[in-house]
Design a protein around this ligand. Structure first.
Ligand code: IMP
Ligand code: MG
Length: 188
């Protein structure tokens, strides 16, 4: 057992449940993008695990690409200023139907900013897919096109999601014990 598992209060979504969620979403995407030119876009780092599952479950030809963004202010809440750390370097924006794959939507700022950015770049279409959504935390109106699971306002880790760069490798989504981040928050 990974020693980090001692910091998990409860397992919110098991590996098997995530597998079913992914099957459902991948099937829907495979239907919806059958006549499109799919570019599956991974938002690093959090969505990498979900993304790598989806790309193998979607039964269509596709391209993949990667962006990295950050909201200022690390820790257990995001603050809203979105900055691009790794950008796309392509010349075929007008030919691709981009599907952004995100780990979790919180305030909604990351995805609403990215959608606007990719539309501005001239992408033929831009849609969004998220494994998790915390609607209670929304600060800007945003509705993803594909949602894995709505979750309550708890800080979760695992399956790619981190707290202070830890816990990404856990094979499920778990609620982090609040004692972990109240103890460390001042050090961020
Ligand atoms: P938004 O821009 O506020 O919607 O923030 C989305 C980003 O915040 C995600 O990509 C995560 O990096 C981070 N985030 C929000 N909630 C959580 C959480 O519960 N656990 C881990 N990361 C989170
Ligand atoms: Mg993230």
């Amino acid at each position: 057992m990974n020693a980090l598992e001692n910091d998990i209060a409860t397992i919110l979504i098991t590996k098997d449940e995530i597998d079913e969620i992914e099957n459902r979403i991948a099937e829907q995407i495979s239907e919806d993008y059958a006549d499109k030119n799919l570019l599956l876009l991974c938002i690093l780092k959090g969505s990498v695990v979900f993304f790598s599952d989806l790309m193998r479950k979607i039964t269509l030809p596709m391209q993949i690409d990667f962006m990295k963004v950050t909201s200022y202010g690390k820790g257990s809440s995001s603050t809203g200023n979105v900055r691009i750390l790794l950008d796309l370097h392509r010349e075929d924006f007008s030919k691709v139907d981009v599907l952004i794959v995100e780990d979790i939507i919180d305030s909604g700022r990351t995805l609403s900013t990215l959608v606007e950015y990719l539309k501005m770049k001239g992408c033929r279409s831009v849609r969004t897919c998220t494994l998790l959504d915390k609607p209670a935390r929304r600060e800007v109106q945003f509705t993803p096109d594909y949602t894995g699971r709505l979750i309550p306002d708890e800080f979760v880790v695992g399956f790619g999601l981190d707290y202070a760069e830890k816990y990404r490798e856990l094979p499920y989504v778990g609620i982090l014990k609040p004692s972990v981040y109240t103890k460390n928050e001042s050090m961020d």
